[in-house]
Write a protein that binds this ligand. Structure first.
Ligand code: MG
Length: 368
């Protein structure tokens, strides 16, 4: 049973410029949880949000939510994910990010108890190496095109161009500049992180109608996405509006979503991601396995889930580490090479080797 939960705060400063429609990433404070059971097994989970502007959550809020969530699961069996999630949902409505950190820690701990990898517990890998996608930040057209060239030289075949937060003529110019340097086989998504009005999204789509690309969360709300869906020529990828299993199910069944950008932290952890994965795969809906920001723990969870996707419907995984270069496990943490991330090989659970005390003093401790 869960005996103790320790919470740590770890800064993951963006060393490489990362720009979105609403914000630039500065130094997000990642929340790490260490869940310890009565036999001394330890599991790690993590949640980190790049910036608070484009989503209804922020990093201080994650740690505040744990003051309610952590006591609600003390004494429970960490291997009973359904029971653990039900207890958290009874204790606190919303706050999926704190729930995600604890849920992921339970998966890691259960894997260590069972001597199994989280990938195998999720059903097994359909890919040994997980395709990743990379971001071209908001920039002048020439600079954006130069970044796209460099990333493709590094083996990247999935590009996400950020847009929004400026005049759309600049976005349109950047989209055209990047499209001109795309190699055959490179996939382009234009992600505004909710940044355009419906009129702007429709104008951009019209101005780019000859470019093969998808539009990721072009507008802020699900209602706006419906409004633009009928008037644009490009597929819609839903990211920020995919807030739970119910929302994902609704947007698949009503035809709004041509694909999803999915994040374990926003859905509430690997238990919820597994359900959404099964829903997406059963309906042949492409999805990615990303995170909002974070270090090796959340990256390992994302890559594990990403490896279990049917390759035909995988949009790839996104990891924050190329932007912050902070590693918890230098040897085993997931790293990207030639556009692919390999699964951590450091043992059962998430496959990371983490040591007691490596995150400094806990900011909170909860005990039975
Ligand atoms: Mg996105």
């Amino acid at each position: 049973m869960i005996n103790e939960i320790r919470v740590y705060a770890v800064p993951l400063s963006a060393e490489t410029k990362y720009t979105m429609s609403s914000s630039n990433v500065a130094t997000p404070m990642s929340t790490i949880v260490e869940v310890v059971d009565s036999d001394g097994f330890v599991g790690y989970g993590e949640a980190c949000l790049a910036s608070p502007q484009f989503q209804p959550a922020h990093n201080d809020g994650v740690r505040a939510s744990l003051a309610v969530l952590a006591p609600s699961i003390l004494g429970l069996d960490p291997m009973q994910f359904t029971v653990v999630n039900a207890a958290m949902n009874r204790a606190l409505t919303g706050h999926a990010e704190g729930k995600a950190a604890l849920d992921i820690a339970c998966w890691d701990l259960a894997g260590k108890r069972l001597e199994q990898s989280v990938v195998d517990m999720l059903g097994g890998a359909q890919m040994d190496d997980v395709l990743t996608y990379h971001v071209v930040g908001i920039d002048a057209p020439d600079a954006a095109a130069a970044t796209a060239v460099r990333l493709q030289e590094d083996g990247i075949t999935r590009l996400q161009l950020k847009a929004g937060g400026r005049g759309i003529h600049e976005d349109i110019a950047s989209i055209h500049a990047v499209a001109e340097v795309l190699r055959p086989g490179t996939d382009l998504a234009v992600d505004t992180n909710r940044g355009w009005s419906t009129a702007e999204a429709i104008q951009v789509s019209n101005a780019c109608r000859d470019i093969t690309m998808s539009m990721e969360q072009p507008c802020a709300t699900e209602a706006e996405l419906h409004q633009v869906k009928a008037q644009i020529v490009h597929p819609i990828i839903v990211d920020e509006s995919s807030t739970g299993i119910d929302a994902v199910a609704r947007m698949i069944s009503n035809g709004l979503a041509d694909g999803f950008g999915l994040k374990a932290t926003r859905l509430g952890g690997l238990t919820a991601m597994r359900a959404v994965r099964d829903l997406c795969m059963a309906t042949r809906t492409p999805m990615s396995s990303d995170d909002a920001w974070g270090g090796d723990i959340i990256a390992a969870a994302g890559v594990a889930l990403g490896a279990t996707l049917d390759p035909q419907f995988s949009r790839g995984a996104w990891l924050a580490h190329p932007y912050h270069q902070t590693h918890y496990d230098e040897a085993n943490g997931p790293r990207i090479e030639n556009g692919f991330a390999t699964l951590p090989a450091g043992g059962p659970g998430l496959g990371l080797v983490l040591e007691a005390g490596q995150f400094g003093d806990p900011v909170a401790v909860y005990r039975t």
